[in-house]
Design a binder for this molecule. Structure first.
Ligand SMILES: Cc1cc2nc3c(=O)[nH]c(=O)nc-3n(C[C@H](O)[C@H](O)[C@H](O)COP(=O)(O)OP(=O)(O)OC[C@H]3O[C@@H](n4cnc5c(N)ncnc54)[C@H](O)[C@@H]3O)c2cc1C
Length: 351
């Protein structure tokens, strides 16, 4: 159950559902998915790529597969659901649409290559919003590890190398990223205390991975990071006053003014923006049918998740991809199953 609610950048109130213990949502959802796949004895072919979609008479008829041992296979099917994700990890494709993102790290997995978009384009799919690529402001650059927005949503702040806050941390990802890029050092520190850590299990994960610099006092943390200790302490005192008044008169932060940052140990992670999410992708209709360039459904082809474009516009709000993949994934499953059941398998096999 995602029965805890927090906030992410751009929200006016807490809206992001997450696991009760404040852990990251991805691992939680995938464990549930794996449990269900095992229980229902669903075949999963790992290390296997779909390399081609075969069309017959203008309808999906089969997919061609390639295993990591270079074995090929063809599976006949009346329906396919393409859920191959976005293209954040394909830097050539990212730079084709957004030359300004050359050299950026990505938070995404290596399979986020946009291969599914290419597969669908080969059977005529249209695309939309391909240049809408989201950079996430808080990425540890040596490991490309994402520091979840829930840490800022839990009360963390961002400071520059001088030890000063420089922007409303709860603005949308594009604006916070732009503010970090505009700093002379092009990076910042996400700073939090024990109040934040105990309520956000993800923080313990970052500590365990060695991404976090911790110290028992702000002065000691400043010394470890090379910040101006006086400026840093003044930043904390000022921010804590804003929390007390629930009014950030310096940068206009309206949300996640949760608790004063005054309980040691104090923690910081050096971060900078990284390519995170691609909002562009193939076009679908409200039944998740893939549409061709003339907006007509391609019979048998369904798509859901980050491979699809046009769902989030130009600026995905944190947490909304979970809603996207679950709602459109469920819809696609129903549609594809319904179509597959229209013709008995026996007839398909003898066809
Ligand atoms: C670090 C990180 C944290 C995030 N946290 C959040 C969050 O807290 N809340 C939120 O809402 N969103 C979050 N997101 C975004 C969200 O996780 C993604 O948008 C979502 O997982 C996309 O799901 P998907 O199923 O469409 O694609 P993916 O999860 O990318 O899965 C696609 C799969 O298809 C495989 N594949 C690709 N091509 C082929 C092929 N040809 N044949 C076979 N398989 C193929 C890939 O290898 C991959 O396994 C986060 C993203 C990242 C990177």
């Amino acid at each position: 159950m995602l029965n805890d609610i927090t906030t992410t950048g751009g929200m006016s109130i807490d809206r992001t559902h997450r696991p009760k213990d404040g852990s990251a949502v991805g691992g939680y959802l995938i464990s549930g998915l794996v449990r269900n796949v095992t229980k229902r004895q669903i075949d999963v072919m790992l290390d296997t790529s779909v390399v081609d979609i075969v069309m017959e008479g203008g309808e999906v008829a089969a997919v061609r597969l390639l295993t990591d041992e270079q074995e090929t296979a063809t599976i006949q099917t009346r329906s396919i659901i393409v859920a191959t994700g976005g293209f954040s990890a394909n830097s050539e494709m990212v730079v084709k649409y957004r030359p300004d993102l050359a050299g950026f790290v990505t938070t995404n997995h290596k399979g986020a290559t946009g291969g599914g978009i290419a597969l669908l384009e080969r059977i005529g799919a249209g695309t939309v919003d391909m240049g809408e690529i989201q950079i996430h402001p808080t990425v540890e650059q040596k490991t490309s590890y994402l520091v979840s927005e829930s840490i800022r949503g839990g009360g963390a702040i961002l400071v520059n190398q001088k030890g000063n806050r420089f922007f409303n941390e709860m603005e949308t990802r594009d604006k916070v990223s732009a503010a970090i890029i505009a700093l002379p050092e092009h990076y910042a520190y996400i700073v939090f205390d024990e109040h934040v850590r105990v309520k956000n299990k993800a923080a313990d994960e970052y500590i365990a991975k060695g991404l976090v610099t911790s110290a028992s006092t702000p002065a000691e943390l400043a010394a470890k990071l090379g910040l101006d200790a006086e400026a840093f302490q003044a930043t904390l005192t000022r921010y804590n006053g804003f929390v007390e008044k629930q009014d950030d008169e310096e940068f206009g932060r309206k949300t996640a003014l949760r608790a004063p940052l005054n309980e040691g140990p104090f923690h910081a992670i050096q971060i900078a923006p990284g390519v995170h999410h691609t909002m562009g992708g193939v076009t679908i209709n409200t039944d998740t049918c893939v549409l061709n360039a003339n907006k007509r459904a391609i019979p048998g082809a369904y798509a859901a998740g980050e491979v699809v474009g046009g769902i989030h516009g130009g600026n995905r709000i944190g947490g909304n991809a979970v809603a996207d993949i679950i709602i459109f994934g469920t819809l696609a499953g129903r549609q594809a199953a319904q179509r597959a059941q229209q013709v008995p398998w026996a007839m398909l096999e003898s066809a």
